[in-house]
Design a protein around this ligand. Structure first.
Ligand code: SF4
Length: 375
């Protein structure tokens, strides 16, 4: 098995919609980021904790990141995982519990495999749990193809041994306080794999099918200079507006629906061009590289303090004392203590009114009069 699957489960939300993307991405280096390294360390710690809990011998991993912070968040995942493990023991006498398990779904996706962070097999339910250490985007387990492919891989191993009726998939994202769960029957899952995954994967492995831009472009390595994404966004610029001095309400709604993606695309193109100019000395016609504005900083805070104290200034006049912010305080004293001691002293002001797409989970505020009243 190759170390890296071309059609990976983690990129399946992309290649299932934009089938040529997987092969196109091979033109770009898969550069590891600090966030990816932090995620790897978090997974290693989670694996250590769960294996130790299960009585499997394992060495505690080291990390260059803040271990206290890693422990704090991984314990949220660990506690949740332990609850699921206990639950499985009430359904089967000897459930199978696997940590960091390789899952092979190559019967539907050429060379398809992935790693399940926690797989629990017990009569009735197969649990797949995925730890996501990132805090950039909240990930939902509902119809999540990565989780569904892992489930296919797990069924491949255990369906014949256990009487599994449904699969429960959970994404645990401790840094966003997000635990998202989705259940699907084995029949529904197999139908999805046969009718959707198999034909799309057959196209994707050959780089065939239609390019399709959208939210799924976010982590595509071709995102910066992909022509299909540019075409999609340029459609807005070429929008065929009706005549007349003012835009109609329908035209404004049309513009709003594409504006977030348009802004993202524009800043991605800027970032791409800047990176080439800085790192590859690339000259873009009509543009030059200059130094941006900068903010003055002390070169040595201890030396500044000494000079001022020696000059007769008091500590009170040159230092300011401030309370830790809410997140930092919660981390410093622990969530429980924070709640016990400070919950009456926390105000959550109303957020600034903002326009979002209708599928957003937040409840609608009907008009500004209602908003004023609430405020
Ligand atoms: S950037 Fe978007 S449209 Fe372009 S290849 Fe990637 S997923 Fe497809």
């Amino acid at each position: 098995m190759p170390e890296h699957a071309l059609l990976s489960a983690s990129s399946s939300h992309r290649w299932l919609i934009c089938t040529p993307s997987a092969l196109l991405e091979e033109n770009f280096k898969n550069e590891s980021s600090t966030f990816a390294k932090e995620g790897t360390d978090a997974h290693a710690l989670a694996e250590y904790k769960l294996k130790k809990y299960l009585g499997i011998k394992i060495k505690k991993p080291k990390s260059d990141f803040d271990l206290k912070e890693l422990e704090y968040y991984i314990d949220i995942y660990f506690d949740y995982a332990c609850e699921l493990i206990s639950g499985s023991k009430t359904r089967s006498k000897d459930p199978i519990i696997l940590v960091e398990q390789k899952l092979d779904f190559s019967s539907y996706v050429p060379e398809g495999f992935g790693t399940g962070d926690l797989v629990i097999v017990a009569d009735g339910i197969l649990d797949i749990v995925d730890l996501k250490y990132g805090k950039g985007v909240e990930v939902s387990a509902v119809n999540n193809p990565q989780m569904m492919l892992y489930a296919i891989g797990a069924l491949n191993l255990f369906d014949s041994l256990y009487d599994i009726e449904k699969v429960r998939m959970t994404i645990c994202q401790p840094r966003l306080d997000n635990i998202s769960t989705f259940e699907i029957t084995v029949d529904e899952l197999e139908k999805w794999a046969e009718d959707t995954v198999k034909p799309k994967a057959a196209l994707a492995i050959k780089g065939e099918g239609e390019f399709s831009a959208g939210d799924h472009c976010r982590f595509c390595r071709a995102i910066f200079n992909c022509r299909a994404r540019a075409d999609e966004n340029m459609k807005m610029a070429k929008y065929d507006f009706r005549k007349g001095p003012f835009l109609t309400d329908d035209e404004i709604s049309e513009i709003l629906s594409g504006i977030d993606e348009l802004q993202k695309w524009a800043s991605d193109v800027q970032a791409y061009a800047l990176d080439k100019a800085i790192n590859e000395n690339k000259k873009w016609q009509g543009f030059k590289l200059v130094e941006g504005r900068s903010i003055r900083k002390y070169s040595d805070e201890a030396a500044v303090s000494k000079v001022l104290i020696d000059a007769g200034y008091t500590e009170d006049s040159i230092y300011s004392k401030s309370l830790l912010g809410i997140t930092a305080m919660e981390k410093a004293i622990g969530k429980k203590k924070f709640k016990d001691l400070l919950s009456d002293l926390i105000n959550k002001p109303k957020g600034k009114l903002t326009l979002v797409v209708e599928r957003d989970k937040r409840p609608e505020i009907n008009n500004t009069a209602e908003a004023d009243f609430k405020n």
